[in-house]
Design a protein around this ligand. Structure first.
Ligand SMILES: C[C@@](CO)(OP(=O)(O)O)[C@H](O)COP(=O)(O)OP(=O)(O)OC[C@H]1O[C@@H](n2ccc(N)nc2=O)[C@H](O)[C@@H]1O
Ligand SMILES: Nc1ncnc2c1ncn2[C@@H]1O[C@H](COP(=O)(O)OP(=O)(O)O)[C@@H](O)[C@H]1O
Length: 286
């Protein structure tokens, strides 16, 4: 029986850059949620190894050994244990290199699927270390829960997940290189997030995010891809929007809405004005 794992989009509701380590990686302090839109990874045992990519964003990606799905399979075989030959299918729906961790979510979904196939506990210590070796975002995508995340991405404190709200994800179909954005930062010693207050309503959340938090990567990303400013302006003018911000290193931006149907209505309006942008309404929790 094939195993299907969802690779949900990761949204950085807040991202503070608090330092830089000797190895060049940055210390971050983030509030992260997972949207109910994403890629899918299907795994099945087979007579020989196969990997295919399809879906609306497949054209941006090649099915070679560098693909994070295959790197996850190879890492699993080297560090966790051998597997039968595998047929793996990636349905790519998320834009590539877009600040919502599509590749990281694919790697994490592949690892979750392999654990199910092999009967291994996904909380295994060796698996956590393999996840981090595949990318700083992979551990949180493996956990797949809303969380405050620190370190380079390896320290994960899940939040309650009780507050449900809507999101509108918008990407102008411009890929942004994560290392280039980190390189272009002006300051790397910004204050971290304050202690999270009780966030019982969407108003509590949007007020907290707007008044106390930032995405420190937004300014350098906008310098590299000025269209991000247009996306934020377009989001900010939509009815029902509570907050607009860039996710990760961009260029995807998100709008916060009370619920999914408000995000859908706003999304229809945005799509009419910007038919070439990728626009995805979603639900999430924090
Ligand atoms: C910025 C974030 C925020 O969630 O998201 P995305 O924009 O990728 O979605 C992540 O930290 C990205 O994580 P991920 O994409 O897995 O990063 P990696 O492959 O490990 O690293 C790519 C490059 O980003 C930089 N990098 C990444 C993470 C980090 N804490 N400090 C860094 O300086 C390094 O230049 C590194 O070479
Ligand atoms: N399965 C994958 N999906 C997306 N990108 C991938 C994948 N495998 C490798 N990559 C590479 O990883 C880089 C980051 O991709 P992605 O995770 O989509 O970006 P981000 O983390 O900024 O959202 C891209 O340059 C892409 O070429």
């Amino acid at each position: 029986m094939p195993i299907v794992e969802e690779a949900r989009a990761k949204i950085n509701l807040a991202l503070h850059v608090t330092g830089r380590r000797a190895d060049g990686y940055h210390d971050l302090d983030m509030l992260v949620a997972f949207a109910d839109v994403g890629d899918s990874v299907t795994l099945a045992t087979s007579d020989t190894d196969r990997f295919t990519i399809d879906g609306p964003m497949a054209a941006g990606l090649s099915a070679d050994a560098d693909n994070l799905v295959l790197r996850a399979v190879q890492g699993f075989r080297e560090r966790i244990g051998p597997t039968e030959p595998l047929s793996v299918r990636l349905i790519k729906r998320l834009p590539v290199a877009s600040g919502i961790g599509g590749g990281s979510a694919d790697a994490a979904a592949t690892l979750r699927g392999l654990c199910r196939l092999q009967g291994i506990d996904a909380n295994d210590h060796a698996l956590a270390s393999l996840a981090l070796s595949l990318g700083a975002d992979v551990p949180m995508c493996l956990a797949g829960q809303p969380a405050r995340v620190t370190g380079v991405g390896e320290r994960i404190e899940p939040t309650a997940g009780q507050l449900a709200f809507g999101l509108l994800l918008v990407n102008p179909r411009v890929g942004v290189s994560t290392p280039a954005v980190f390189r272009a930062l002006e300051r790397r010693d910004n204050p971290g997030l304050p202690a999270l207050p009780a966030l019982g309503t969407i108003d509590d959340l949007s007020t907290f995010l707007a008044e106390k938090t930032r995405n420190d990567l937004e300014a350098p990303a906008r310098a590299i891809a000025p269209v991000i400013g247009e996306v934020l302006a377009a989001l900010g003018s939509l009815p029902g929007i509570r907050l607009s911000r860039m996710s990760g290193s961009g260029a995807t931006c998100f709008g916060l809405f009370a619920d999914r149907s408000s995000a859908e209505a706003a999304g229809a309006r945005l799509e009419a004005d910007h038919p070439n942008w990728w626009v995805a309404p979603a639900s999430t929790t924090l």
